[in-house]
Write a protein that binds this ligand. Sequence first.
Ligand code: GLN
Length: 489
Amino acid sequence: MSYLDLTIREMHEALVAKKVTPLELAKEAIERAKADKNNAFELITEKEALEFAATLVEPEKDNLLWGIPYIAKDNFSTKGIETTASSNILNGYVPLYDATVIAKLKEKKAVMIAKSTLDELAMGGTGTTGHKGVTYNPWDETHTHLIGGSSCGSAASVAASIVPFALGSDTGDSVRKPAAFAGLVGMKPTWGRISRYGLFPFAPSLDHVAYFTRSVEDGAIVLDALAGRDIHDSTSSSKPVEVYEEGIASGVKGKKIAIIREIVDSITDHVIMGAFDKTLEALKKEGAEIVYVDFGHDLLSSLYATYIVISSAEATSNDANLDGIKFGPYFSGKTYQDVMIQARTKGFSELIKRRFVIGSFSLMRENQDVLFRRAQKNRAKIVMKTNEILKDCDYIYVPAAPTVAPLASASTDKLSDEYLIADNHLSLGNFAGLPSITIPLGLENGLPFGANLMGRAFEEKALFQAAEAVEQITGLNNLSVLNKKEGNL
Ligand code: GLN
């Protein structure tokens, strides 16, 4: 057992008791990162991490992140450290400033030890489209199952106990879905709760800073550090930040929990549904009221199409600056158009090109009414319906995904309810900007699956309380591949 296998809270206690030092933790985390077999890293920031950790000598007992090692997805700007978002078009790009979350974690004296892989530019959900190739799921040594994405490397490194937390970004489900496939807690707070300054934009009306931990309480502890108004991000909220772990064990007595009927009805995996139903019984016993609600089959089936149109349109305009001139490698050409064509042809993968084509097509004047504006109107309907449910109920609770981590070779019926509804419902939290958290729910043939809770805007504290109640019921706290190796699962 190493101190790295502990949660943030436990690691903090060991640091304060001087059983271990930040430098020792950073060294071991770097060793583990170097031994990684899952292709989780763009870059290990060894020199910077060791230099910084060496300056941390006197433990700060009221600062839970003091000396804690962490990893950031490679779409957060890091001053002086190459940041590529796993895209060839950004190879060699070194930001001049830190993203606000990176600066905040530095101030808290958490130690960044690496930048992690992602699906290129955070688009995609497989962990296979970054320029470093496929990122594997540490739960599956045969490397045949995906880990999901786009925050694949961050998920893999927390699941493999390299660090107790890692930053990701979530535009449709990019933290909360891989969290389910990797047995982790994945938290995406309310839109505006965490500054996005320095996060490479994908689709800003849907983008959120999000992160992975191995316990619900750790999820609350990380939000304490990241939340808050930032003058560099005018969309960040000035609502006061809370101490999110305070009262986390208050339970769900008297709370009303909504289950969306069409989502559970479209899941065919009996192990997942059995585990989910068990938690419902236990929540009821604890005094929660469970109500089944109808969302509307057609509206739910339209989530993916709506998401693709809006996110691709926003991506097209936000990534227009990736022209091969301002950032990254330069390809020579006779005209600036030649330079751009070369850079974009060589710099982007197929998936990215496809999304930009969809985005540009949706934004063409003659298509705007039938595509972009229609998708926006539909988004408004989705948001209204979600908020209507949450007017009457405190939470929405559903399985996070219809399956465990899928096989890389699996083919999906993209028109089935299982795909359109059960595999895409996490985007509700992005459309409505609501706080949403994935928690481990069980294991099937050695692979984890998760549940998801969504709450009202800025009610993160209440969301953590419900998530903690589920964690107490399942007992799945600090789940990592090490538990599996040690035969504890
Ligand atoms: N899987 C979604 C997509 O393909 C979500 C990506 C994200 O949340 N960044 O775009």
